[in-house]
Design a protein around this ligand. Sequence first.
Ligand SMILES: Cc1cc2nc3c(=O)[nH]c(=O)nc-3n(C[C@H](O)[C@H](O)[C@H](O)COP(=O)(O)OP(=O)(O)OC[C@H]3O[C@@H](n4cnc5c(N)ncnc54)[C@H](O)[C@@H]3O)c2cc1C
Length: 304
Amino acid sequence: MGWFNSLVAATLPYVPKPIVGFFSKNYIAGEFLEDAVQTVKDLMAQGMCATIDVLGEEVKRKEDSLAAVEEYKRTLRVIHEEKLDANISVKPTHMGLHLDKEFCYQNIKTLIEEAKKYNNFVRIDMEDSSTTDDTLDIYLRLQKEYGNVGTVLQSYLRRTISDINRLLPVKPNLRLCKGIYREPRVIAYKDKEIINYNYNYALKKLLSNGCYVGIATHDEKLVWYALKLIEELGLKKDQYEFQMLLGVDHELRRILVNAGHRLRVYVPFGKEWFAYSTRRLKENPEIAGHIMRNIADRILGRKQ
Ligand SMILES: Cc1cc2nc3c(=O)[nH]c(=O)nc-3n(C[C@H](O)[C@H](O)[C@H](O)COP(=O)(O)OP(=O)(O)OC[C@H]3O[C@@H](n4cnc5c(N)ncnc54)[C@H](O)[C@@H]3O)c2cc1C
């Protein structure tokens, strides 16, 4: 299917915006905070919680990061006012990492302090490997001072196990995912089985050392292994959570929620949805394949 994914990914960016919007609407709450609020309310009615992402990355001007900080502050206030079961996820390059690391640190710190007022939490997303050192560095600095912050590790990176070994003494709160960016082989595993083995190895290390983990995957093989570990380690429901992307595998979501597991859905919103969708598709043609297969499944009634 490689050629099919690449073909879809190569042609979708040239498809008119309304058509991309039609395809993206399952994966993005909408342009406005109100859209995200409604999406979170719908998820809560189905027994789930959420993490809200204000779309944007790789900003070129500090004003854009500062505007994003304001939008996140508004989001935290509205989460509190509307009593939503949701926290926020922020991308370091949206907070200005590539402009000035200290500026980025201060922006994320501002959000953590704002979140703390509402007893809420900030997750620092992990972007491509050029940002890993700085992201972990910023996380560790903030983690020393605040308890309401976590970050993300990616099982495709060769460095992840040593990052875990380095982070374990501070009992990090981590989301564990496979990783979505295109990386060279010297940096990231390419073999899907190895990425899965590494995911399981990393998950076991984290859970058996008492870390809170957001188990972020739709891969049922990984979900099965996570459930096995949870059972073997006798973990309570508040020692981990599953996480999934908006619009992906509703059935697996329901299975986990019905079995009593905490499940958080990543809810992106914002004006940047078109740039975000096309960039993701260019970076990772497999997503295009997933989207087309999901649409076909829905049309043919094979999935809900
Ligand atoms: C909550 C959450 C937060 C994330 N945060 C980050 C992050 O900070 N940094 C980062 O690099 N990556 C992040 N990711 C993305 C992650 O790294 C993977 O790229 C993505 O989750 C797909 O991997 P998978 O484990 O689901 O396995 P895969 O084997 O890729 O997918 C398993 C199945 O899930 C379905 N599927 C997966 N993705 C999609 C999709 N986009 N559209 C439709 N169907 C899909 C397909 O049916 C596929 O067969 C996040 C993922 C989640 C769930």
